[in-house]
Write a protein that binds this ligand. Sequence first.
Ligand SMILES: [Zn+2]
Length: 320
Amino acid sequence: MSSPLAKRQRTEDASTTRSSVWYKDGSIILQAADTQFRVHWGVPSQHSSFFRDLEDLPQPPDQPAVDGCVIVELQDSAVDVEHLLKALYDPTFLSQTALPLAVVGALIRLGHKYDFKNLLDSAVARLTSQNPATLEEFDALFVIKSKPTPIIIYPGYSLGMLALAREKNIGLALPFAFYLASGGNMEQFLQAVRRKDEAIPSLSLDDICRCFIGRQRLVTKQFQPGYTLGWLREWPHPPADCNNPAKCTAKRKSKFHSYMDANCVQPFLEGSQADIWKGRFCAACYEHIIKSVTAGRKKMWEELLVIFDLPPWDQLKNDL
Ligand SMILES: [Zn+2]
């Protein structure tokens, strides 16, 4: 493995910026781009086999330093390094319920590169918990309705998660990440593409197309017989014990048109959304609807990979 670090001898340089992460009693200076961080050897070494090995390497006796500290140049973004160091130094940092996606991305990138295993695992867990690999895990997200997400939601959140899952080959998160990115407002998606928003440049044209084609397939499929909303479109065998066929049929047709008008993507009817139909249909029809939705969303989930032209689940791995 080639070293991701390039140790460089240099003295204090006016072109560098001193980060706020600067401990006067630090023993090493990490430099990312033009930003320097003064920290203690023991801190990254305690959590990273890479830094442990690096610390054990004999230092050349004539190696210049800044304030007596060896400079280790990192080929990473200064922002990522700052997030990593905050996670290492501040015991409350990782215990925050929700972290910005930029922090999660930094911990995955640098955690993987330098073998900060615990930081990497916790960051991957945040990403995968928001991008479940099973329908049961997906449903568990909605058990506690007010439960905060482990990653702070912002307007480009779903695209950002997809870009990160792609960048770091977190394969098990990909299908749902594609679903989330495809299920939102596609006009805003296109505007983000035009503006080249932060996450967009790392998404390939293939993946952008995958989102748009996948969305079209989801919209079409969700209304087919046997799928989640198929009962809205066709109801070949209404329950024999329906106590008001005229009212239930009119309600069903009206709901179908409202879904079509909204052009919405609802293949999994998150949480208890199907509950809203309780009382709007007779009890027999409601029972029929719940059965249809339950069977249909399972079928949709099974076809999620085909919809986004992804390989089977057993070939999708978190290949970090
Ligand atoms: Zn009915």
